[in-house]
Design a protein. Structure first.
Length: 174
């Protein structure tokens, strides 16, 4: 358990955060896009809700689907009147639809176990999003620290490291 990296200022692991962002959200987007509709769109999605990241943390810890389903049902009874429509981000569907909850559970598990059941095209798309996020984060750090944009040499390193991260976390089922 000591090898779990936690996000600064957060109680959640980077594994849970990334599982929701890349293993679920971007995966859902990649499933909805088809090249026959004139190409694909790249998105910059907002951060995931704490509730989804918490559920991912629970799934990664090894909870069974039946136990998760019971917990979600009880939690929904308490939360349903507190979640505003503007902050829903698909929570209602996951909390009230067993099929959607099972899909979320499966996608988080597959991501965590490094065996995502996705096509080569979907993997490429999600890796591009991982790289875009990584490059944005690193460029922002350089700008904040040095008050300048990254140099060509720094961008080379950033892109190389971003690709390495993408290849480490997005792994298709063999």
């Amino acid at each position: 358990m000591n090898n779990i990296e936690y996000i600064e200022g957060s109680v959640y692991s980077s594994e849970a955060y990334d599982a929701v962002r890349y293993g679920f959200k971007y995966r859902k987007i990649s499933e909805q896009q088809t090249t026959s509709e004139g190409g694909r769109l790249n998105f910059c999605i907002p951060d995931s809700s704490d509730i989804l990241v918490f559920l991912a943390e629970v799934i990664i810890s090894g909870v069974t689907f039946d136990l998760l389903k019971l917990c979600v049902k009880k939690a929904w009874e308490k939360l349903k009147n507190r979640i505003s429509a503007s902050k829903d981000n698909g929570l209602t569907n996951i909390f009230t639809n067993e099929t959607s909850l099972h899909e979320f559970y499966t996608y988080i598990q597959e991501y965590h176990e490094k065996r995502m059941n996705i096509s080569e095209e979907q993997a490429k798309y999600i890796k591009e999003e991982v790289m875009a996020d990584y490059c944005g984060e690193q460029s922002s750090i350089i700008f904040s620290k040095y008050k300048r944009v990254a140099s060509v040499e720094e961008y080379k390193i950033i892109f190389k490291d971003g690709l390495q991260k993408a290849n480490e976390i997005i792994i298709r089922k063999k």
